[in-house]
Ligand binder design. Structure first.
Ligand SMILES: *[C@@H]1O[C@H](CO)[C@@H](O)[C@H](O)[C@H]1NC(C)=O
Ligand SMILES: *[C@@H]1O[C@H](CO)[C@@H](O)[C@H](O)[C@H]1NC(C)=O
Length: 807
C-alpha cells in the first residue's frame, strides 16, 4: 500500500548516494584558484574552472559528437563558444575521462579506464595550485614561490590572445578542419632568425614547405635588428619586437581598436592568420569581427612546387570574404572526402594513353575541354608551347595522353600533369584553363554515389553536393528529353557509358518532413515562377550548415508522373556548370514534388538590374558573358540538349560573388500544357519570347538566343524589356536597334560613365544583341558564337536589320 512512498525514498537514496560516491568535480575552486587534489570528470554538466571575472573557462568542452570532450580553455561569456587552447594535441576524450591536478605531475588526463592520456609535461617541481587568469592563461604555480611552472600561454595551439607572447621557436598549428582539432596543414612560426612565417607542413613528418608569408624581420647584416618576440598587447595590437627593442608592426598602427573587447588571433584551418575582436558587453549575438589577416591572398601566395596548396590537389582556390579561401573542384573532378571542400579532388576519369594513336578527329569524339577563365595551376607544367594558338594548344593537349589541363595565355600554351597543385582563380591571371574530360563522364557531381548513399543511410548526413553518380538513367534522356523539342545525339561513347552507369540511385531524395523542417514550415518565400513557389531553407547536420532553395512545384500536369518527374530531375542533375544553379536533390512523396537547389545569396538579376542601385558596367558585361556560357553549356555540352525557353532576368540568379547563374532550366517538360507533340503552347514570358513561337515552325535552341538578345539589351541599358505601357517608351529592342542605326549608342547608357568609356565593348555588345534578336531564327547565331563574340574571341560582323523584310 505504501509502495509509492517506499519507491520514492529508495530513488532518493540511490540518487543521493550516487551523488556522494561519484562527484563530477570537486568544489575547490575559489576566485580562479584551483587547489592541488582537485579533479573534474568529462560529462555534459561538469562545471569548468573559471577565471575570477568568469571571462575564461578551463574544462571539458563537449563536441558536436556528444560523447566526445576536449580539454580546453574558452571564452565563457560569449554565446558563440570560442576555444583558445586545447590539450592532448586536439584529440578529444570520451565521456567520464578525468582530469586531476596533482602536486607532482601537474595536470593529468585519464581515460575512463584510468589510463593516462595526457599531462602538462616537463614539470619537475612541486605544484602548489593552479590559476585560471582573466587573461585566458591557465598557470600552474610553483610551491614556495609564486612563479609559474607551466602555462597554457607558453604552449599555444592555434590561437593567441591579447597579452600573450610568441617567443623565438614558438609555433601555432592550424586545426584539421572546423570541427577537428588535430594538427592540420598550416603553421605559424617565429623562426630563430627573427622572421615570422606562415608555411604548409607535411602532416606526417612535419617537414616545412616554402613559406607563404614572411614578416621580413630578419636582418642578416645585423642580428640585433632581427625579431625575437611576437607581442600581442592588451590593447589589441600585435607587433614583432626586435632584439634592439624596436618594434615592427603587424597590426597596422592606423587601425583604431574598439575598446572593451576581447582580442584573439587564430591560425584558421584554412591557413589564414586572422586577428579578431568581440565586444565584451553586448546584446544579441555579435560575431567575432576580423581586423587584420595574413597572407593577403592565400590563393596566390602559396606557390611552392611541393606540398598541398591552400586547397588540396586538383582543387581551385578563389579568394572569398575576409581573405579566406574558397575551394571548388573543377569540372571533371570530385572531392575525395565529400565533407571536406578544402581537400583534394580526384579526376573522374584517368587517361589510359590507349587512345593515343587515334586521329585528332576521333579524339575529339572522345574528349572535350571545359574552359575556365582566369584559372591556373602554376606549378604543374611539363610542357610549354610557344608560340602557340589556342587551337594548337587544344589539339596538342588532346593528342597527349599525359595532358590533363592546358593553360592558354596570349601566345603560350602550358601543358599540365596530374596532380595539379596550387590551383587558383583570380581576375588578374588572364588566359584560360582548358580542362580535358572524357565526354559522357560528366558531370562528376561530387563523389561517387555509393559512398554518399551509404553515408546518408548510415549517418543521415546531408552533403551539400548533389548525390549522384551522374549518368544513371541516361537511356531515358537519349530517347526523349525536352518534350516536343528533342534533339538527341547518338554516339558510341554515350551508349557505352550509359550501360555502365545504369545502376544505383543518382540524386539525393529528400523526405517531405525534412524539407518541411528545413524551411521552417515553408515560411520564407523567396520567389515565385511558372513552376511554383520557392522557399528558403537551412539544412544542418553536425558538420555543415547549408542554405538551400526549395522549389515547390505546383502546376505540374504529368501523365506518367513518377517516371517523368524523375527523368527530368535526372536531366537537370547531370548539369554541372558554374553559370547554372546546381540542383542538390528532389522530393517526390505523395502529392509533394519539390526541387532542392543551392541557395543564391544575391537574389535575382531582375531585382538588382532594375533596382535603385545600378550594377556596374563591368559586372553587367561579366554577367552577360556568364549567362551566354551557361547557355552554351545547356545547348551544346550536356549529354542531352536542354533548351531553356524562359530566359529572363527573373531566372538569372546571382551567387555571393555576383556570378550569373541560370535557374529553372530543364523544367520545360514538366510544365506540359497538353501532351501533344505540336507546339501549341507557348513557353516563355511576354517580352522575351521568340517570334517563331507564334508561327508554325519548329522550335529550336534559337529561341533561347532570342531571349538572350533581349536580356542583353536589358543588361546594356538597365531598362526593362517591357516598360510600363503608361511610360510611353519605345520597345526596348527597337530602341536599341534605332540607336545603333543612328549611331547614338551613348543614349543607351546615359550617366553610365564606365560604359561610355568602354565604347568598344558597348558597341560590340549592342551588335551581338541585334544578331540575337533577329526575327528570322536561321539568321541568329548559335549561343557558342554569341559567347565567342561577347568574349572578343571572334569579331562581330555588322548585323542585319532584325525585322522580317516586308515584301
Ligand atoms: C594574471 O595575469 C596578469 C597579466 O599577465 C598578471 O599580472 C597576474 O600576475 C596574473 N595573475 C596570477 C595570479 O598569476
Ligand atoms: C581528425 O582528423 C584526423 C586526421 O584526419 C583523424 O585521425 C582524427 O580521428 C580526427 N578526429 C576526429 C575527432 O574526428
Amino acid at each position: 500500500m505504501n509502495f509509492h512512498n517506499y519507491h520514492n525514498t529508495y530513488l532518493f537514496l540511490v540518487f543521493f548516494s550516487t551523488l556522494f560516491l561519484l562527484p563530477f568535480s570537486s568544489f575547490s575552486q575559489v576566485n580562479g584558484t584551483v587547489q592541488v587534489g582537485s579533479f573534474m570528470t568529462a560529462t555534459e554538466d561538469t562545471t569548468p574552472w573559471l577565471s575570477p571575472s568568469s571571462d575564461f573557462a578551463f574544462g571539458f568542452s563537449q563536441l558536436k559528437d556528444k560523447n566526445l570532450f576536449l580539454l580546453a580553455i574558452w571564452y565563457n561569456k560569449i554565446p558563440d563558444k570560442t576555444i583558445i587552447w586545447y590539450a592532448n594535441d586536439g584529440q578529444p576524450v570520451s565521456q567520464r575521462s578525468r582530469l586531476e591536478l596533482s602536486a607532482q605531475g601537474g595536470l593529468n588526463l585519464y581515460d575512463p579506464q584510468g589510463r593516462s592520456i595526457w599531462s602538462s609535461v616537463g614539470i619537475t617541481e612541486e605544484v602548489a595550485y593552479s590559476f585560471m587568469n582573466d587573461t585566458g592563461n591557465f598557470v600552474l604555480i610553483r610551491t614556495g614561490s609564486s612563479t609559474a611552472v607551466w602555462e597554457s600561454f607558453k604552449n599555444p595551439t592555434d590561437t593567441i590572445v591579447s597579452t600573450q607572447i610568441i617567443e623565438s621557436d614558438g609555433v601555432l598549428f592550424s586545426k584539421q578542419s572546423e570541427n577537428n582539432f588535430s594538427k592540420g596543414h598550416f603553421q605559424l612560426r617565429l623562426l630563430r632568425d627573427g622572421n615570422l612565417v606562415l608555411n604548409i607542413r607535411d602532416i606526417v613528418t612535419n617537414y616545412a614547405y616554402d613559406a607563404y608569408y614572411i614578416s621580413g624581420t630578419y636582418d642578416p647584416s645585423n642580428s640585433s635588428n632581427s625579431g625575437f618576440q611576437v607581442i600581442y598587447d592588451s590593447t589589441g595590437y600585435m607587433f614583432i619586437r626586435r632584439r634592439n627593442g624596436q618594434r615592427s608592426d603587424l597590426t597596422p598602427n592606423s587601425l583604431i581598436m574598439p575598446p572593451d573587447s576581447y582580442y584573439r588571433a587564430t591560425l584558421g584551418f584554412d591557413g589564414v592568420f586572422t586577428q579578431y575582436h568581440h565586444p565584451k558587453s553586448f546584446t544579441g549575438n555579435p560575431n567575432w569581427t576580423p581586423i587584420w589577416s595574413k597572407p593577403d591572398n592565400i590563393c596566390l601566395n602559396i606557390n611552392g612546387v611541393k606540398g598541398i596548396g591552400a586547397c588540396g590537389y586538383n582543387n581551385v582556390c578563389t579568394l572569398g570574404d575576409n581573405k579566406r579561401p574558397v575551394c571548388e573542384c573543377p569540372i571533371g573532378f570530385s572531392l575525395i572526402d565529400p565533407n571536406n571542400t578544402y581537400g583534394s579532388c580526384k579526376p573522374s576519369f584517368t587517361s589510359s594513353c590507349r587512345d593515343e594513336e587515334l586521329e585528332v578527329d576521333s579524339l575529339k569524339d572522345v574528349y572535350d575541354f571545359q574552359e575556365l577563365l582566369d584559372t591556373d595551376w602554376p606549378t604543374s607544367d611539363y610542357r610549354q608551347l610557344n608560340p602557340s594558338s589556342e587551337q594548337l594548344c587544344r589539339e596538342s593537349c588532346l593528342q597527349d595522353c599525359f595532358c590533363a589541363v592546358a593553360i592558354f595565355r596570349v601566345d603560350t600554351c602550358w601543358m599540365k600533369k596530374l596532380p595539379l597543385s596550387n590551383g587558383r582563380k583570380d581576375q588578374n591571371l588572364n588566359g584560360k584553363a582548358l580542362i580535358k574530360y572524357r565526354k559522357g563522364s560528366l558531370p562528376p557531381l561530387a563523389p561517387p554515389s555509393t559512398m554518399i548513399t551509404n553515408q546518408i543511410q548510415k549517418q543521415g548526413q546531408w552533403t551539400i553536393i548533389l548525390v549522384g553518380s551522374v549518368l544513371l538513367g541516361t537511356s531515358f534522356f537519349i530517347i526523349f528529353c525536352l518534350g516536343f523539342f528533342i534533339v538527341y545525339k547518338k554516339k558510341k561513347y554515350i551508349q557505352t557509358t550509359t550501360a555502365e552507369t545504369i545502376a544505383g540511385g543518382n540524386q539525393r531524395c529528400f523526405q517531405y518532413r525534412e524539407l518541411l523542417e528545413a524551411t521552417d514550415g515553408f515560411k520564407e518565400e523567396i520567389g515565385r515562377g511558372a513552376f511554383g513557389t520557392v522557399y528558403k531553407g537551412v539544412m544542418q547536420n553536425t558538420l555543415t550548415r547549408t542554405t538551400i532553395a526549395v522549389k515547390k512545384l505546383d502546376s505540374i500536369v504529368i501523365q506518367d508522373k513518377e517516371k517523368e518527374f524523375r527523368t527530368e530531375v535526372n536531366t537537370i542533375s547531370q548539369t554541372y556548370h558554374k553559370n547554372l544553379v546546381r540542383l542538390l536533390g528532389f522530393c517526390d512523396e505523395g502529392q509533394h514534388r519539390m526541387l532542392v537547389y543551392e541557395f543564391m545569396s544575391k537574389g535575382s538579376l531582375a531585382s538588382l538590374l532594375f533596382g535603385n542601385e545600378k550594377l556596374s558596367w563591368s559586372l553587367r558585361t561579366e554577367m552577360a558573358i556568364g549567362v551566354a556560357r551557361g547557355l552554351v553549356y545547356l545547348h551544346d555540352e550536356c549529354i542531352t540538349q536542354i533548351i531553356h525557353c524562359d530566359i529572363k532576368p527573373q531566372n538569372i540568379l546571382l551567387d555571393e560573388n555576383y556570378n550569373a547563374r541560370i535557374s529553372d532550366f530543364g523544367l520545360a517538360k514538366l510544365l506540359v500544357i497538353n501532351q501533344s507533340k505540336t507546339n501549341t503552347g507557348i513557353r516563355g514570358t511576354k517580352g522575351y519570347v521568340a517570334p517563331e513561337w507564334f508561327r508554325n515552325v519548329p522550335i529550336s535552341a534559337k529561341v533561347d538566343v532570342y531571349s538572350f538578345g533581349v536580356l542583353l539589351c536589358e543588361l546594356i541599358t538597365c531598362r526593362r524589356s517591357l516598360e510600363d505601357v503608361m511610360e510611353d517608351k519605345p520597345i526596348l529592342t527597337e530602341w536599341v536597334y534605332d540607336c545603333y542605326i543612328e549611331r547614338k549608342l551613348e543614349s543607351l547608357v546615359r550617366n553610365d560613365e564606365a560604359a561610355l568609356v568602354d565604347n568598344k565593348t558597348l558597341k560590340s555588345f549592342v551588335m551581338v544583341a541585334i544578331w540575337c534578336i533577329q526575327e528570322d531564327s536561321s539568321i541568329r547565331p548559335s549561343m557558342r558564337k554569341v559567347s565567342q563574340m561577347l568574349e572578343g574571341i571572334v569579331q562581330v560582323p555588322i548585323p542585319p536589320c532584325p525585322y522580317w523584310s516586308t515584301n
